[in-house]
Ligand binder design. Structure first.
Ligand code: ADP
Ligand code: F6P
Length: 469
């Protein structure tokens, strides 16, 4: 670990999470591990290319950690107390905003002390950025945990160029109005010069809300500019995020990953079809529906366990939040029930692991996946679908994708499913397995082209160019 320079930064990314989490082992030693989730996967290569500073929380409560230099940029950890982790992170961010922004797939809870904590922590982030940013620096604020930061920064440092990108969906106005502090959140975002969303629909939902704020004119359907009462303009646009496609491809093509993939396939008993799913263990990912559909296909004999395995990897996520605890138990039960219905000891129907794995192991899993299944009930983008395409050389494979993932707009050649329709999903899984090699290849080629033609560098460059203009 090397220390940071004393210079102020001309480019700053600020996100709730740092790319690495500080973990204290049982023997007291310290490790840094990769943080979970799409935001980190997407922004790491951007920071490695551009340099600058990444300001965020290091994942451990009640600990203050000094800034350090890491892979070409500075990391500036922001401390959170245990109470703030409960109220700001697990509470307002992940039990109020997260479910509400995902179509209320579970009920959001609102508590005034969670909101107070959200405001306090947003203030801390904004103050740290204001202290570290050079004159006229560009600051890129990320995601729903920090929606008040753009306005706070604008007030403290009007010289800065401020961009905001939301990695998750933005809900329709009818749902948004439930939030007791909706006005303050919208005004918080309007502190930015440019507000980016994953899809045109999300940008449109926000634009409708902004339009209702006092003194705001526009945007309308033909225009993505809101003009505030002081004459300042805010651009509102979609920028669909992507991945480092070449990086994933090179990793997946390496001899080590090929060997790991071979070993994995052997360990799974060399079945002719491997269906693969990988997600944070989150109720938005449609895991219950996916597992139920595949379980029924085994029960009905349409999938034969002598010949087919479903490999599901679930990353531990937000483990102290009630709905995540319930989900974990439900999935354990569901998988156990399906596997125990098997009449052979040789191989489970579902090989389920509740763990995070190194990226090379994940690439090996993509390599052995004949069928990739991605079933969110709602998802901002879903990078897993894009990673699968970037890691595949073999065209005789298939991506099953929920129509409710942002990625469905770009990857419209996928075998599309509605995760609420279990029978429809079962039929599509069977179609993806049984389609002709030509039909599968044509789809894979078209989608792979899309992923390689719109990479994470293109995403970052188009956002930052628009912000700079
Ligand atoms: P989200 O941001 O909601 O978690 P995404 O699909 O956009 O969803 O991104 C998830 C990211 O986390 C991907 O880059 C994926 O490779 C990574 N990931 C998910 N599960 C695991 C796991 N078990 N081990 C390692 N990486 C994982
Ligand atoms: O992309 C959505 C997102 O919530 C990110 O903001 C976050 O970093 C990631 O998923 C993982 O969630 P968490 O930081 O709560 O572990």
């Amino acid at each position: 670990m090397t220390s940071t320079s004393d210079d102020l930064a001309t480019f700053i990314v600020v996100a709730n999470r740092l790319p690495v989490d500080r973990v204290v082992n049982e023997d007291g030693s310290i490790d840094w591990t990769t943080s979970p989730g799409g935001l980190v996967t997407a922004l790491e290569p951007v920071m490695q290319r551009k340099g600058g500073a990444w300001i965020g929380w290091h994942g451990a409560p009640d600990e203050t950690v000094e800034p350090f230099h890491h892979e070409g940029y500075d990391i500036v950890p922001i401390p959170l107390s245990a109470q703030e982790v409960t109220e700001y992170y697990e509470g307002f961010s992940n039990a109020s905003l997260w479910p509400l922004y995902h179509d209320c797939v579970v009920d959001p809870e609102f508590h005034r002390e969670w909101w107070d904590s959200y405001r306090t922590v947003n203030t801390r982030f904004a103050e740290e950025v204001a202290k570290r940013a050079a004159k006229n620096a560009t600051v890129w604020v990320q995601d729903y945990q920090l929606q008040l930061v753009p306005r706070m920064l604008r007030e403290a440092r009007p010289d800065l160029k401020i961009g905001f990108f939301l990695h998750i969906p933005f809900p329709p106005i009818e749902l948004y109005q439930h939030i007791p502090w909706r006005g303050e959140l919208v005004d918080g975002l309007l502190g930015a010069d440019l507000i980016g969303f994953q899809t045109p629909g999300a940008a449109h939902n926000f634009a409708r809300l902004a339009h209702h704020r006092d003194g705001v004119t526009g945007p309308d359907d033909s225009d993505d500019i809101a003009t505030l009462s002081d004459g300042r303009v805010v651009k509102i646009k979609d920028f669909p995020i992507s991945i480092d496609a070449r990086g994933f491809h090179e990793l997946a093509s390496s001899p080590q990953v090929h060997q790991e993939a071979e070993e994995m396939r052997t360990e799974l008993g060399n079945p002719s079809t491997i269906i693969f799913g990988v997600d944070r263990l989150d109720y938005t990912k449609g895991l219950r529906q996916r597992i139920r559909a595949i379980g029924e296909l085994f029960d009905e004999g349409k999938l034969d366990q002598e010949d087919c395995v479903f490999l599901q990897l679930a990353t531990p996520s937000r483990e102290r939040v009630e709905e995540y605890k319930i989900l974990r138990n439900d999935i354990d039960l569901l998988v156990g029930r399906i596997n125990s219905a098997s009449d052979t000891l040789a191989r489970p129907r579902i090989a389920y692991r509740h763990t995070s794995v190194p990226r090379s192991t994940l690439a090996a899993m993509y390599q052995i996946a004949d069928i990739m299944i991605v079933t969110p009930l709602r998802d901002g983008m879903n990078l897993v679908a894009k990673e699968y395409l970037a890691c595949r050389d073999d065209d005789n494979s298939a991506l099953i994708l929920s129509e409710f993932a942002g990625a469905a707009l770009e990857l419209d050649e996928a075998y599309m499913i509605n995760p609420y329709d279990i029978d429809g999903m079962k039929a599509t899984i069977m179609k993806a397995i049984n389609d002709s090699p030509q039909a599968r290849a044509q789809k894979m080629r078209a989608m792979r082209q899309q992923v390689f033609a719109h990479t994470i560098d293109d995403w970052a460059d188009s956002f930052l160019t628009e912000l700079g203009e």
